[in-house]
Design a binder for this molecule. Sequence first.
Ligand code: IPE
Ligand code: IPE
Ligand code: MG
Ligand code: MG
Ligand code: MG
Length: 291
Amino acid sequence: MKKELNRIALDINSFFRVYLRKQSETELIKPMTYSLLPGGKKIRSKILTDVGKIFGISYKTLIKIGAAVECIHAYSLIHDDLPCMDNDDIRRGKLSTHKKFGEATAVLAGNSLLTLAFEILSNKNVLLTEKIKIKLIKLISKSSGHTGIAGGQLLDLNFEKKKNISINKIIAMQIKKTGKLFVFCCLAPAIISNKKQKIINQLEKIGYEIGLLFQIVDDLIDYRGNSKKVGKKTKKDKKSGKANLISLLGYQNTIKYTHKLKVSIFSKLKIFGKKSDSIKKTVLFILERNR
Ligand code: IPE
Ligand code: IPE
Ligand code: MG
Ligand code: MG
Ligand code: MG
């Protein structure tokens, strides 16, 4: 798994190096590059290539779509760390973007990375029809704005220090802030290969569950706490009074919940037979990861 993740990281990072070099030189390129490179596990792009494999999509195309996803993800992390949000100083083992460049620059670098994703997807070197590109841009927009990351992040902040937030509300918030981008990664390959609605619906459910699993495990990692290994401060969620499954159900029950989710994801993947071996391995990695 490490080898495969490293390969994807390498390929996406070299795409970014070439792509950013071709951009006009502005004051924001430096903080944007800082937040993108080397940076991150690239797990969303791994899911994208796993599903892409099921439908036989070219790896090169998947890397470009993955780059767009990683831009949106990097933007969400810059904003997530801001003092008005989670107020975190360390990200990916280095100073968070606002600590390094100041708040205003961080906000604007985040905005620029968000829009860069749309630019990448609409580029002519993404060898897809315009019709498909528009479908992808529409879906990634819905995953990022008020019905996705931004909307989920606001709920996450609104739920802080509130008692009695129900399990359904927590799950809905986590699906928005984290799950929807995973849904995009599961659906993009099916959209590219014009799959029937039935397959799209199945992959959408799988994406929700994988994204939710990813966020719950992130919360477990924060709870267990090993800042050095994780590359960001841990044991913070409890301090800031975040509403998550651990605060609601306790640590052990949350672990049980993640195992149930895994079983549910695996059973939904059955329709893809052996072709789903790769995504199953990634799901196990997500479940067992400690960073
Ligand atoms: C962290 O995401 C933020 C969440 C949505 C939980 P990742 O754990 O994928 O962050 P990087 O990209 O590997 O740093
Ligand atoms: C962030 O969730 C989700 C995003 C959409 C950025 P967290 O706030 O738990 O992410 P970390 O733990 O800071 O990476
Ligand atoms: Mg947060
Ligand atoms: Mg955070
Ligand atoms: Mg977290």
